[in-house]
Each structure stands twice: as structure tokens, then as C-alpha cells.
Design a protein around this ligand. Structure first.
Ligand code: AMP
Ligand code: FE
Ligand code: FE
Ligand code: ZN
Length: 305
């Protein structure tokens, strides 16, 4: 399949997928971070959308992965453990997706626990800023809405709507929470190189999420030289032209290609899951790269797999 056709198919523009074709959605959020679906709902909706493989990539947590793995298994869907880390490189924010790592890896869990603690204090800071401008939101309300270890801006937005302090989430972001607005508090970020190393030492692959949203093309080759394994060419907010642009970068730099909807629940009345379909060929290459890496590690360690 040439890259243009692949991009069209991934955006759901092509008429019908080839018979027997399999697709993946490798970027999903559940209510264990800022999504609104349970892992079981994501698996069920993925199955309804005809997806053959899914990953749960909650922000700074892997807690939902066990439930999602079970739900996927029951539906005959392949599942890969994932997470999304907010990182930075040379003052640019980049989001890094980890796949195939050991979800019990000590150093990785220790690091994400640190981020969870910082997320909590950031909520207090955002609420304090809202209170300063006479918006009477309470931090306890945000934590009750979030009901998870990775609270973030969407939970503040939902709490504002629930309390009748703002008519919609969009308006909450526009008025208070977007970068530079009165209640915006910058997020604590891991260095991109540390994030890649952290994912690798846990046995995973590191992929740059939605490069088209972070305006970071210049750092892709640098990170590729430092171990970045792939880039998310297909994403809900990437046009077909953007997807092709990143497919050509991936091809030039010999990077793996991934894709996903970045579903956080309903968006404009529609669940995003299934809206972006990574063609199976890329999913197979990702799996093969992981298996090769794991095989090489076993050889180096003298372990027979
Ligand atoms: P945080 O990690 O707390 O900075 O929040 C980032 C999350 O907020 C993203 O993953 C999206 O889920 C959501 N988000 C960012 N910008 C907006 C926006 N303008 N409207 C709605 N949700 C947004
Ligand atoms: Fe999010
Ligand atoms: Fe992201
Ligand atoms: Zn995401």
C-alpha cells in the first residue's frame, strides 16, 4: 500500500478496507486518567469498530492496563500495554508514548508516581488561581470528579461545568485553562531523553505522539539518534497531508509508524475510538521490532526465551 492510500485509509477516507485487513488504535485514554470510558468500554467499542489491536495509553499511569488486557482477550483483540508521558526537549513539549514495557517495572512506576504527586499539587495551584479571580471551585470537587491518580486540566474543566461555573469544557479551557490563561499552570515534564531511557529500560518502545500538534519536526532526527523508536503518523488531529509528511520522515529516519485516535471519550457527540485506524502492516512491524529487541536482550543476558 502506498503511503497516500495508507493515510486515506487511516483517516477513514477510503471506501472499504480490504477484506481481511486488520487495523489498530494505539492511543486511548480511560477514566484512569482524563478519559471518560472504562477500559472495558474502550475494548467493547474497539471491537465494534472492527479493530484488531488496541493500546491503553493513559497519562502517567498503567493502572487500567490489566482490566483492558482482560477485556480485549475476551473479545479476541490484541492488546499492548501503554502510557503517555509529557516530556520536553530544548524547551519544546513533546508527548512520548511507551509500548510493550513491563507494567511492573520498578523505576518506571516510581517515576510515574512522582508525576502523579505533582499532578495533585498542580490541581491545588489551578484552583487557587481560579479562587483568586473569584471562581469558587474547591480542589475536593476536582478530585471527586477525577477519581483517579492522574488528575489534570480536563477534570478541572469538568468540575467547573458540574458546579455551574462554566457552560462547557471548551469554554473552561478557552477562558481559564489554556496555556497563558489565568488558571493555567505549567506541567512538570520529564526530559525526552530520560523518558526514552526509562521506557527502554522497562523493555518498551518509545514513540513520539502527535508530532503535528507539537511543532517539533526539528527534534525528531535528534531524538531518533538518541533511541526514539517511532512516530505517531496517524492521529485524529493530523490531516492526510500531515500523516503523509510524517510517514516520509519515518521512512527517511527508519522509524516505526504508529497511530491512534487519542480518544478521551465523546468528542462533539462522537466517540473518537475507531476514527483513526492504523493499517495492520505498521502494527505488525511494531510488534516485530519489540520481539527483535526482546530477543536481543535475552541473548545479551544469556536468557533462553
Ligand atoms: P494536562 O495533562 O492536565 O495538561 O491536560 C492535558 C489534556 O487536556 C489533554 O490530554 C487533553 O485531554 C485535554 N485538553 C487540552 N487542551 C484542551 C482543550 N482546548 N479542550 C479540551 N480538552 C483539552
Ligand atoms: Fe489527555
Ligand atoms: Fe498527548
Ligand atoms: Zn493522549
Amino acid at each position: 500500500m502506498n503511503s497516500l492510500v495508507a493515510a486515506a485509509k487511516a483517516k477513514g477516507d477510503a471506501a472499504d478496507p480490504a477484506p481481511g485487513a486488520s487495523f489498530a488504535d494505539l492511543h486511548l485514554h480511560s477514566l484512569f486518567s482524563d478519559g471518560t470510558f472504562t477500559p472495558e468500554e474502550l475494548a467493547g467499542r474497539g471491537g465494534q469498530a472492527g479493530l484488531a489491536a488496541l493500546s491503553l495509553t493513559d497519562h502517567d499511569t498503567v493502572e487500567g492496563c490489566g482490566r483492558m488486557a482482560q477485556a480485549c482477550e475476551a473479545l479476541g483483540i490484541e492488546f499492548v500495554v501503554g502510557t503517555e508521558l509529557t516530556a520536553e526537549f530544548e524547551d519544546k513539549e513533546v508527548h512520548l508514548l511507551g509500548y510493550f514495557f513491563d507494567p511492573h517495572n520498578g523505576p518506571l512506576l516510581a517515576e510515574i508516581r512522582k508525576f502523579q504527586v505533582v499532578r495533585k499539587s498542580r490541581i491545588h495551584e489551578m484552583v487557587a488561581r481560579l479562587n483568586k479571580i473569584n471562581i469558587p471551585l474547591r480542589a475536593e470537587t476536582v478530585f471527586a470528579v477525577a477519581n483517579c491518580r492522574s488528575p489534570g486540566r480536563p477534570h478541572v474543566a469538568r468540575a467547573l461545568v458540574q458546579e455551574g461555573l462554566c457552560p462547557s469544557m471548551e469554554e473552561a479551557f478557552d477562558r481559564f485553562l489554556k496555556k497563558g490563561r489565568r488558571a493555567w499552570v505549567p506541567k512538570c515534564k520529564i526530559s525526552a531523553l530520560d523518558a526514552i531511557a526509562l521506557i527502554h529500560q522497562a523493555g518498551g518502545l518509545a514513540v513520539m505522539a502527535h508530532p503535528g500538534l507539537n511543532h517539533c519536526d526539528d527534534i525528531i532526527p535528534i531524538l531518533a539518534g538518541q533511541g526514539l523508536d517511532g512516530i505517531e503518523c496517524f492521529h485524529t488531529k493530523h490531516s492526510a497531508k500531515m500523516s503523509n509528511h510524517y510517514l516520509s520522515i519515518a521512512s527517511r529516519l527508519n522509524l516505526l509508524v504508529t497511530g491512534g485516535s487519542d480518544c478521551h471519550g465523546y468528542s462533539k457527540g462522537k466517540p473518537l475510538i475507531g476514527g483513526v485506524k492504523l493499517p495492520g502492516i505498521y502494527w505488525q512491524k511494531l510488534k516485530a521490532a519489540h520481539q527483535n529487541r526482546a530477543g536481543r536482550c535475552a541473548l545479551i543476558l544469556g536468557v533462553s526465551s
